[in-house]
Write a protein that binds this ligand. Structure first.
Ligand code: ADP
Ligand code: ASP
Ligand code: MG
Length: 419
């Protein structure tokens, strides 16, 4: 039997009526002759509620118990989806991660897949089951504890199942009808893309476009999964939505293909650090040990007066997610208290956001950076930090300019027009 993986995100299963709507989409594929693996998220808002409960109960929680709690939302949806399908006359069964068993590493709250054994689910398909409903976002560690895959992780569950079961396609049903040139909630001029390359989608996702979890795109790229994003609220067929595919399959040739943003960033600066070999390692080693995901790093000649610093000094700036900034501050201060680093001041700015332009065309085109900076300058948006890689340019700006910056860059690169 040909097999499809269909994943439904939180808003697509937000209540019983929406679960029924999703189940009808699944039933249609069964009627077309597919066996289906359905991956479900928790109902919209549930995971946030569970995370809130954990934080209220235990601010510095045991990550194993965090996973035990926050994985629960998906379990409810999986059971309800299986029941709804059964009511519709579709032979269906639900699986929680441990029942498959979905084996992961033991990095709680950001675990990675190790293996997805097919035997249990295949045996049920062989007995006539048409739909396996699997709880997304979760697995089980070698220590036999429940793990979760990081926020948005159900996308990754879907792609991993598509790879493990050799699915014809992995369809990600969500509350938008595809991948757009930027978040359609920020500008109505955002344009839906027919296709996007794995590389660009990977950058957009890792720079904040939450339509797909970054790891899901990595897996799809590695295992050549045909990955599609489409709407759960519209009638859809094989041509709907956006296909994430190899660069060679894409005709469009824009230098920049999308704008991504990440709202909750923080910028941390150590003022007047000694400029000597080993200083960066002395700062970023403890940050890594504290589990801080450092993103952009800038080292520059210190603005401060040199006179009271006989040796060379530098300012060191880095960015990280705003909810990790206290951990970052503690790690840096502990290093200072231990005497491994010396600085005058620690300046923390928690009101910044990151805006990025992405495009594989940047590999062969100059002038993208200057066009980006000019567009932001024309709107009087100050750039605080700049970071670049082969196919992206990112800037940190004050959070209050986030929407304006995204809209401005979308216009500056004429993304509303097909290339
Ligand atoms: P789900 O609950 O289905 O997993 P998410 O909320 O995780 O859905 O992802 C879908 C959301 O991603 C959309 O509602 C949209 O606001 C946001 N988004 C951000 N960037 C983009 C983009 N470039 N294209 C489409 N959606 C985007
Ligand atoms: N429910 C989880 C989350 O909100 C996983 C997911 O929906 O993909 O992050
Ligand atoms: Mg999601």
């Amino acid at each position: 039997m040909p097999l499809l993986v269909m994943k439904f995100g939180g808003t697509s299963v937000a209540d019983l009526a929406r679960i029924e709507n999703a189940a009808q989409k699944v039933q249609r594929e069964v009627e077309r002759g597919y066996d289906v693996i359905v991956i479900v998220s928790a109902m919209a808002g549930k995971t946030n509620e569970l995370v809130g409960w954990v934080n209220q109960t235990s601010p510095f929680y045991d990550a194993r118990e965090y996973d035990a709690v926050v994985s629960a939302g998906e379990n409810v949806t999986a059971g309800l989806m299986a029941l709804r399908l059964q009511e519709m006359g579709v032979p269906a069964r639900s699986w929680q991660g441990w029942q498959v068993p979905i084996q992961t590493t033991s990095q709680h709250s950001s675990a990675r897949f190790v293996d997805i054994p097919r035997a249990n689910i295949d045996a049920k398909f062989a007995e006539g089951m048409k739909v396996a409903v699997v709880a997304g976002f979760q697995g089980v560690s070698p220590e036999n504890r429940i793990t979760t895959l990081g926020r948005g992780g159900s996308d990754t569950t879907a792609v991993a199942f598509a790879a493990a079961f050799g699915a014809e396609r992995c369809d990600i049903y969500t509350d938008v009808d595809g991948v757009y040139t930027t978040d359609p909630r920020i500008t109505t001029r955002a344009r839906k893309l027919e296709k996007i390359s794995f590389e660009e989608m990977l950058e957009l996702a890792s720079l904040g476009a939450k339509v797909l979890q970054t790891r899901s795109v990595e897996l799809a790229m590695r295992y050549k999964v045909r990955l599609r994003v489409l709407s759960s609220f519209e009638d859809t067929d094989e041509t709907s939505g956006t296909l994430v595919c190899d660069e060679e399959e894409i005709m469009e040739s824009k230098v920049v293909s999308g704008v991504a943003y990440s709202r909750d960033e923080a910028k941390v600066t150590l003022i007047t650090v000694e400029d000597r070999p080993g200083i960066a390692a002395a700062i970023f080693g403890p940050l890594a040990e504290a589990g801080v995901n450092v993103d952009m790093i800038v080292q520059n000649i210190s603005e401060k007066d040199y006179e009271d610093h006989p040796g060379a000094v530098t300012d060191m700036t880095f960015s990280c997610p705003v909810d990790q900034v206290e951990r970052a501050r503690r790690a840096v201060e502990a290093a200072r208290d231990a005497g491994t680093i010396v600085y005058d001041d620690l300046v923390v700015d928690t009101d910044v956001a990151k805006v990025s332009v992405v495009g594989i065309g940047m590999r062969s085109h100059a002038g993208v950076a200057s066009r980006m900076f000019k567009a932001l300058a024309d709107e009087n948006i100050n750039i605080k930090v700049i970071g670049t890689s082969e196919i992206k340019i990112s800037v940190l700006v004050d959070r209050k300019y986030l929407e304006l910056a995204v809209q401005t860059l979308h216009d500056a690169f004429e993304l509303e027009k097909a290339g």
